[in-house]
Structure formats: structure tokens, C-alpha cells
Design a protein around this ligand. Structure first.
Ligand SMILES: C[S@@+](CC[C@H](N)C(=O)[O-])C[C@H]1O[C@@H](n2cnc3c(N)ncnc32)[C@H](O)[C@@H]1O
Length: 483
């Protein structure tokens, strides 16, 4: 049965709640004010037809929009929605209007694409993205978020796998071989990495697949096999085998060159990353006498951007592969005033505070879960006059800001860079300054004699399980085509 709902109300997420037979359901893919027809003869009622479309609605191909919750909305309106959401969320802080910096091209911007392969009921190899909160796969041909290069590689690879009868992994029986494919593309360097994630080290047909991949002439510069035989939805296992090329790619961002390995965290939107870091640097006001901490430093990109302005930068990061890459990144950019420390950020900062060190500016870019109270408290004990909080989750940013306020920091501004166009995800830069009177007091408490480089470097390590970058990927897909 079809039921019409008129002038539907939609919040930030493009969903509307409807009531059918005293039960409430979320209908996805709608825009505020639209009249819609909902099909109710299904396990979950779904959007059947738009009766009165919003002027902001744009056409799309269902097969191409996996992961892109705002696929049906024009980009100008999407930016308006994002701005409104942030301004409402942070309204209690009485800031000037939060600015939203959009992208020139909101499509095909992802430099990292992950696809899962499996057998369909009709025993065809299918590939796509994981649906949110499930192990269902939604199709992702010519996906509007992934780079065109990645879309091409994945389409061609699918043919190669069929030709050589490579069996995709079956989660239920835990048999079969190929689990996922990861493609990383350097938009500026034009280098292209393909990672084949297999169920264990065995990969029958590996040489045939490799040889056909090379013949594609798509500019693939390296191919890596990654082993993952765990019963998990985390994509990458711990071990890699390089099958072709150097096993990593380089990418250029601004004046710098970065090494990217299969495992390392690298911001997924290369153009957006440059805008984000420029914004962070503009607001950090770092001077040549400053000691800067870049917490949650990944492969050292922010540390390297900050090194130009600072006396010394310390990057702290939990993932040892990322730290390894960060050290190499500093080397290939010939940067001498950065050090990278493999440690839990909270453990590192609280220990620095305990030994009464002093730092001038802290830049932090934690995962979606945000940071910790002890970490934020330590920033004050270190006497940092400024904290730049880069966040991909406005909700945890808001929670953490209250902790900064308790410590005498004032929120100067929040600005957003639209790092994830066509999706509901957002990236913010919050600028915090320690109040004048508190700054004097904090610096007095911290050891102002002279900072001791060795002490800063050799803080004991936290006994914390290695965090995995896959956890921080922001993706949401609902009610999309299942196979
Ligand atoms: C959002 S990423 C930011 C990376 C980097 N700043 C960038 O712009 O590419 C968060 C990083 O925090 C790291 N991380 C997660 N938990 C951590 C912890 N407890 N201590 C230190 N680093 C952590 C992750 O490995 C990841 O590299």
C-alpha cells in the first residue's frame, strides 16, 4: 500500500519520521518540505516516489551513490544545511557565525576507496560498500565519492577476478579468498596503490591477477597483498606482502611530500586537507620561539605544516606504522625541528604535565570519539596559551569544549571545512585561548626554566592496545540497494 505524507520535516540527516499503524519509521533520502509516497507493504516502509520535490533536489543514479547521504541535494543547499547544523549545535557558546568552507568540486574526491567482494546468491562476484551497522553490501559502481581512478580499477579488477575464478571470502563459512580491495590514489602525484586483502597468506591465482592488473595501463604504481583471516569487519590485517612496486605511494600537499602506506591514516580529501591545515595554521599563531605539540599526529602531516612556524614540534601518535611514516615524511621534506613519539596521547601529555614541562601551542586531531578529560586538563598544566582542536565529530568536540572551559580556556572561533561533501560528516577547527590571568598562573606552575628535549621524548609508553585507523572512518549508508 502507498501512503502519502505531505510537507515532511527533516533535520540535519536527510531522513523523516513517519507513523504507520502506530509505529514510527525513518524514511531516508528526503528533503525538508517535500510531499512523498511511502511503500508500506515491505518489512521496512521505504520512499517510493517524490510527489512534490524540493527545488534543491537533483537527479542521481541509485547504483552510484553508496555512502553519500546528501546525493539528492544540490551542493549549495548541502553547505547551508551543514552551516545551520553547526550554528545550532554550538549556539550555547555565542560565537560569531560559524563559517563553512565548501569544496570546488564535491564529487569523486576520496583518495582512499575500500570495496568488499563477495558472491551473490546467483554465484556472481559482487562488490560494494558495507551498509551502515551491518554486513550487507550496497553496490558502488562509478561511486560519486570515490576517485574516478579507484572506480575504474575496481570495475576492471572485478572482471579479472571472474576471469581467473578467484573466490571471494564468505563470512558465514569463512572460506574463499579475496575479502576487500583498497585503492589509494595520489591526486597530485598520480601514483596509484592497489591493496588486495585476502583471507590468509594463500592467494591462488595471485600471479595471474597481478599480471592482468599491470596490463590495464591505469597507472598502478604498486600492488600489495594484505592478510586478514580474523572474523571481523575491520578491513586490514596486520601483515602486508608487496607484490609490485615500492609498497607505498607518495602524495604532495602544499609544499610537502608525504609517504602513504596501506595502513596509514591519511585525510581522505586531499584538497580539503590543504584547506584544513591552512586554516589551522592561520589560527594557531605559532611563532619561532614556540614549542608545539601535534597530538594524534597520524603520518605527521600537521606537524610538518607547523614546523615552518615553530621552534620545535612534537607529534604524538599511537599507531606505530603511522609514526614510522611520519619520521620518513619529516626526512623526505628535510625537516629537522620535528620529533615523533609513539604513545597514547593522554599518557604522553599527562606525563609531561607531571614533570612540569611547558609547551606553547597544542594542536589536536583526535579520532571521532574525541579526546579525554586528563588530556585536556594536561594542556592547561603545560601552560599552553592556545589549543587548536581539529575534529571530525562536532558532538564530541562540543563535549570536550566544556572541559576546556573548566580549565579557563575561551573559545575564540569555530570554522568548518567541508572535507566530506555529499555525506553528513563534518570537519571543524575550534580555536581556544587560555585567559590572560590563567596563562600567567599556568606558566608559573609549569617548568619555565628551559624545556628539556630529552624529557619530552622519553615519556614511558602506555600499555594500550594499538588503535586501528579503520575505526575512524566516517561512513553512513542506510536503506540503499542490497544484493
Ligand atoms: C583523525 S586522525 C588524525 C591524523 C592526522 N592528524 C592527520 O591529519 O592526518 C586520528 C589519529 O589519532 C590516532 N590515535 C587514535 N587514538 C590515539 C591515542 N589514544 N593516542 C594517540 N594517537 C591516537 C590514530 O591512529 C589516527 O592516526
Amino acid at each position: 500500500m502507498l501512503i502519502e505524507f505531505k510537507n515532511v520535516k527533516v533535520g540535519y540527516n536527510p531522513d523523516t519520521e513517519v507513523e504507520i499503524n502506530n509505529k514510527k519509521y525513518l524514511i531516508h533520502g528526503v528533503i525538508d518540505g517535500e510531499d512523498i509516497l511511502v511503500e508500506t507493504d515491505a518489512k521496512y516502509p521505504y520512499l517510493k516516489k517524490i510527489v512534490k520535490p524540493s527545488p534543491h533536489r537533483i537527479p542521481f543514479n541509485e547504483e552510484e551513490v553508496g555512502g553519500a547521504q546528501f546525493h539528492h541535494i544540490d551542493y549549495e543547499y548541502e553547505l547551508e544545511l551543514k552551516k545551520k547544523y553547526l550554528n545550532e549545535l554550538f549556539a550555547p557558546f555565542h560565537l560569531k557565525e560559524i563559517k563553512m568552507n565548501g569544496m570546488d568540486n564535491p564529487y569523486n574526491y576520496r583518495n582512499k576507496s575500500q570495496m568488499t567482494f563477495k558472491l551473490s546468491k546467483t554465484k556472481r562476484i559482487i562488490y560494494g560498500l558495507y551498509e551502515e551497522y551491518s554486513h550487507n553490501i550496497i553496490t558502488a559502481d562509478n561511486n560519486i565519492l570515490q576517485s574516478e581512478k579507484a572506480n575504474l580499477v575496481i570495475k576492471e579488477l572485478n572482471k579479472i577476478l571472474a576471469k581467473h575464478k578467484i573466490r571471494p571470502y564468505d563470512e558465514k563459512t569463512r572460506t574463499g579468498n579475496l575479502r576487500h580491495v583498497l585503492v589509494r590514489y595520489g591526486f597530485n602525484s598520480k601514483e596509484l596503490m592497489v591493496v588486495l586483502i585476502t583471507n590468509g597468506e594463500m592467494f591462488p591465482g595471485r600471479n595471474n591477477v597481478l599480471s592482468d592488473l599491470k596490463k590495464l595501463n591505469l597507472g598502478i604504481t604498486t600492488v600489495v597483498q594484505n592478510f586478514n583471516s580474523r572474523d571481523t569487519s575491520i578491513v586490514l590485517g596486520d601483515k602486508d606482502r608487496v607484490l609490485y612496486g615500492p609498497g607505498f605511494i607518495y602524495e604532495y600537499v602544499g609544499d610537502y611530500k608525504f609517504k602513504i602506506s596501506p595502513q596509514s591514516f591519511f585525510q581522505v580529501n586531499t584538497n580539503g586537507m590543504k584547506k584544513l591545515y591552512d586554516l589551522a595554521m592561520k589560527n594557531a599563531g605559532i611563532t619561532k620561539n614556540d614549542i608545539v605539540i601535534d597530538a594524534y599526529s597520524g603520518v605527521g602531516t600537521i606537524s610538518i605544516f607547523a614546523s615552518k612556524y615553530a621552534k620545535q614540534v612534537f607529534g604524538v601518535e599511537l599507531n606505530k606504522n603511522a609514526v614510522h611514516d611520519a619520521i620518513i615524511n619529516a626526512k623526505i621534506n628535510n625537516i629537522k625541528n620535528v620529533e615523533f613519539i609513539c604513545n597514547d596521547a593522554t599518557n604522553y601529555l599527562t606525563n609531561l604535565a607531571r614533570i612540569k614541562e611547558h609547551v606553547d601551542v597544542v594542536i589536536m586531531d583526535p579520532p571521532r570519539d574525541g579526546s579525554t578529560k586528563p588530556f585536556i586538563n594536561a594542556i592547561k598544566y603545560l601552560g599552553a596559551r592556545k589549543a587548536i582542536y581539529i575534529s571530525c565529530n562536532p558532538e564530541t568536540l562540543k563535549r570536550d569544549l566544556y572541559q576546556f572551559f573548566e580549565n579557563g580556556y575561551v573559545l575564540k572561533s569555530i570554522e568548518s571545512v567541508d572535507m566530506f561533501p555529499k555525506t553528513v560528516s563534518l570537519e571543524c577547527v575550534a580555536v581556544l585561548e587560555l585567559k590572560e590571568d590563567k596563562l600567567e598562573e599556568a606558566i608559573k606552575k609549569a617548568n619555565t626554566k628551559k624545556y628539556n628535549e630529552n624529557k619530552i621524548k622519553y615519556i614511558p609508553k602506555a600499555d594500550i592496545e594499538m588503535m586501528r585507523e579503520d575505526k575512524y572512518e566516517a561512513f553512513g549508508f542506510k536503506n540503499k540497494k542490497k544484493q
